[in-house]
Design a protein around this ligand. Structure first.
Ligand code: ADP
Length: 482
């Protein structure tokens, strides 16, 4: 049997020091006998005569103690095997590797002729060998599976009990061994279910394989470790599957959005040309109104497609920013002007309140406007006709805080947790991308975005962005270096 390298031996083997100490005691006793003989004035023969029983007693003491030490060591060591097995298997995550290691260690510790670790098939009917030790190479490939059926093997193992066969003759796995060999089947039970078996073939008088408590403890530790490996492998496969699905989703979105973009651009251009023509005629005519509707619809579609293109490139949307110093009031006014026609169409109102007029921020104008447009168009969309939207701006601790509040239905506490995730839209229609894109853009500007828990009616979104320190103040804070 190959040597098994131990990484952990909790019981120390009796060492040379202990043995030498014993020898010293015996030699000392004999020296005392010799002095006693000299005192009695005995010659060499007389001395040997006096010494003989002492020598015999000394030798038998040494042999007795040595045997006792070995026995005690083996007894104590045997009961640490379950603990050792746990330590050995803890760092192994792959199920077959853990089975192989366990089979080898257990065969070595218990001095067994052969060990098989078998695992139940999905339908719970067959025990398939996963790892073996003590068999000719290639045996595992052609090893038979054990049918559990309704036989005694199934009954005993399913009750969580050990099954012992006093002979391996006729045994599907162990037949062909010595005449007085026994086979023990230890159930491997995890989360209340029989999952596998640890089968051991050893000499009939092997005291360790007769120790049922030891075998049961080994079975408990082994089933926990193997179940852990299965759970880990299951989780990993699941995560890989999700990753693959996510990749497919991104590919699909990317293809669809790119395919949509080209015809949509043609529609937009044609509709805008038609609108220009209508402006020179009569915009209030039925034709003029229809063309205006086409332009609005097409522009909504192209902004949705742009969102899709942005998010599908990468789940995190990280465009390059072109930073500029911009007045926050201008940004708010521009964004409000863009949604104004939609607001007016629903007889809603927008109020702009600024308590920090003239404050500058360093942002990418178009990208930051996109954040505000996303918030305002949500407010406009979810607020019923005749509703009210307020955008307020204030300065606090070097940050501009922008609040977009509306008199719509508000956002439930469960939705509040998730609305910034891509494609989350609660029970409403839409793509669920606007807020995810707004969050990415705000964070790229070193700002924060959140939705307030508002007890009152409506929702309240907040965005922060660092305020730009006016040039005069900057000069005071950091004097120019020459
Ligand atoms: P969408 O573009 O589909 O509206 P968003 O990411 O902009 O996606 O918003 C995600 C979800 O957050 C919406 O589907 C809606 O349920 C909720 N939501 C966003 N803004 C508001 C708002 N002002 N009032 C009520 N619900 C809102």
């Amino acid at each position: 049997m190959d040597a098994v390298e131990h990484t952990f031996d909790p019981v120390r083997e009796p060492g040379l020091g202990r043995r030498l100490a014993l020898l010293g005691v015996v030699v000392g006793v004999m020296a005392v006998f010799r002095v006693y003989a000299l005192l009695l004035g005995l010659n060499l023969t007389g001395t040997l005569f006096v010494l003989a029983p002492g020598v015999l007693a000394g030798l038998s003491t040494i042999v007795g103690i040595e045997v006792g030490l070995r026995w005690e060591y083996r007894m104590r060591r045997r009961h640490t095997y379950p603990h050792e097995l746990g330590c050995e298997l803890a760092p192994i995550y792959q199920f077959p590797a853990a089975c192989r290691r366990a089979a080898k260690l257990i065969a070595h510790w218990l001095r067994a002729r052969a060990v098989v670790v078998g695992w139940l098939t999905e339908d719970g009917q067959l025990l398939e060998p996963v790892a073996v030790y003590g068999f000719p190479s290639g045996w595992l490939k052609r090893a038979p599976s054990l049918s559990l059926g309704d036989g005694p093997l199934s009954g005993t193992l399913r009750q969580g009990k050990l099954l012992t066969r006093s002979s391996t003759e006729g045994d599907s796995w162990f037949s062909g061994g010595a005449r007085r060999e026994r086979a023990v089947y230890v159930p491997l039970v995890a989360r209340g279910r029989l999952e596998g078996v640890l089968a051991i073939a050893a000499a009939g008088r092997n005291p360790q394989v007769r120790d049922q408590r030891l075998l049961a403890a080994l079975g408990v530790v082994l089933s926990l470790a193997l179940d852990n490996c299965r759970l880990y492998e299951g989780q990993r496969a699941h995560a890989q599957h999700l990753h693959e699905l996510n990749r497919m989703k991104s590919d699909f979105l990317s293809t669809v959005s790119h395919e949509l973009r080209t015809p949509l651009t043609s529609i937009m251009m044609a509709a805008e040309m038609l609108l220009e023509e209508e402006e020179t005629r009569d915009l209030q005519s039925t034709r003029g109104k229809l063309v205006a509707t086409i332009v609005r619809g097409a522009s909504r579609l192209s902004s949705l497609v742009a969102d899709l293109v942005n998010i599908s490139r990468d789940d995190e949307f990280k465009p390059r920013l072109e930073l500029d110093s911009v007045s926050i009031d201008d940004l708010v006014a521009n964004a409000a002007a863009i949604v104004q026609p939609l607001v007016a169409a629903k007889h809603q109102t927008i109020d702009l309140k600024s308590s920090a007029p003239g404050t500058l921020v360093r942002v990418d104008r178009l990208r930051f406007e996109q954040v505000l447009i996303n918030l305002l168009s949500n407010a406009q969309r979810y607020t019923p006709p005749g509703g009210h939207i307020t955008v307020s701006t204030r300065l606090a601790r070097g940050e501009v805080i922008l609040t977009v509040a509306d008199s719509g239905p508000g956002i439930s506490p469960e939705d509040r947790e998730r609305i910034f995730e891509p494609f989350y839209r609660g029970d409403r229609s839409g793509l669920g991308l606007g807020l995810a894109i707004a969050k990415s853009l705000v964070e790229l500007h070193n700002g924060r975005i959140w939705v307030n828990d508002s007890d009152h009616h409506g929702s309240e979104f907040c965005v922060t962005v660092p305020a730009q320190t006016p040039a005069k103040e900057r000069a005071l804070v950091s004097p120019a270096t020459h």
